[in-house]
Design a protein around this ligand. Structure first.
Ligand code: SAH
Length: 217
């Protein structure tokens, strides 16, 4: 098997192929495509899966969680960027890959993970990749991260049964939130826009995320 960090050229070529595939699937934002081109996804998965890191598929990470499919990461990032956010909150750090993509496109990224070991591992990856504008903490992300609110954009990368009220409260007026809402197995990816009166919601597509759980682990 190829060494984890030594996949060098192979990884660059396969990453470029992934970018091409995403373009074919309708991802247009040059910044998003560039962020995917320059982010080593193989460093965000277990060594045994590194050779599959540039397939357009979700992969298992530890603790029964998954790193999202690159198309979904690209699609969600593109939808968030329409609001030109400076400060973004992510719920569900997982491997840290989505946060690493966002960190190339916004000034500050705050990300909350309920599983301590995943938080630690992600923090280490951010340090290694010198992504200094990502702030991670372990907590129940359903509560958001009120100390740094309001956020221009919020991205929830775990499935919720309803739009989390605490998160709407931490969204700036005009800000956008992406959140998968629905039953385990399949959800609607909702684009929620905060208005002066409340919020508006629109379903973008069907997705399948692991559940948003309460409490920390
Ligand atoms: N964005 C991740 C993929 C997330 S998988 C990536 O790029 O790899 C969903 C993650 O949400 C899991 O790591 C899970 O532990 C976490 N999670 C689930 N419920 C949570 C909650 N209430 N608060 C914070 N994180 C949560």
């Amino acid at each position: 098997m190829m060494p984890h960090r030594g996949i060098g050229m192979t990884s660059q070529r396969t990453r470029e192929r992934l970018v091409q595939r995403l373009e074919e699937q309708g991802i247009r934002h040059p910044g998003v495509l560039d962020a995917i081109r320059h982010t080593p996804r193989h460093l965000f998965v277990d060594e045994a899966l590194a050779s599959r890191a540039y397939e357009d598929t979700a992969l298992p990470i530890s603790y029964g969680q998954t790193i999202s499919q690159p198309y979904i990461v690209a699609r969600m990032t593109e939808a968030l960027l329409e609001g030109a956010p400076e400060k973004i909150l992510e719920i569900g750090t997982g491997s840290g890959y989505q946060a690493a993509i966002l960190a190339r496109l916004a000034a500050e990224v705050y990300t909350v993970e309920r599983i301590e070991a995943l938080k630690k591992q992600a923090r280490k990856r951010f340090a290694e990749l010198k992504l200094r504008n990502i702030h991670v903490k372990q907590d129940d992300g359903g509560l958001g991260w009120p100390e740094h609110a309001p956020y221009d954009a919020i991205i929830v990368t775990a499935a919720s049964v309803e739009v989390p009220a605490a998160l709407i409260a931490q969204l700036a007026t005009g800000g956008r939130m992406l959140v998968p809402v629905g039953a385990p197995g399949a959800q609607d990816l909702l684009l929620v826009t905060r208005t002066p009166q409340g919020y508006e919601r629109r379903a973008l597509e069907r997705v399948s995320f692991v559940p948003l759980l309460s409490g920390v682990a």
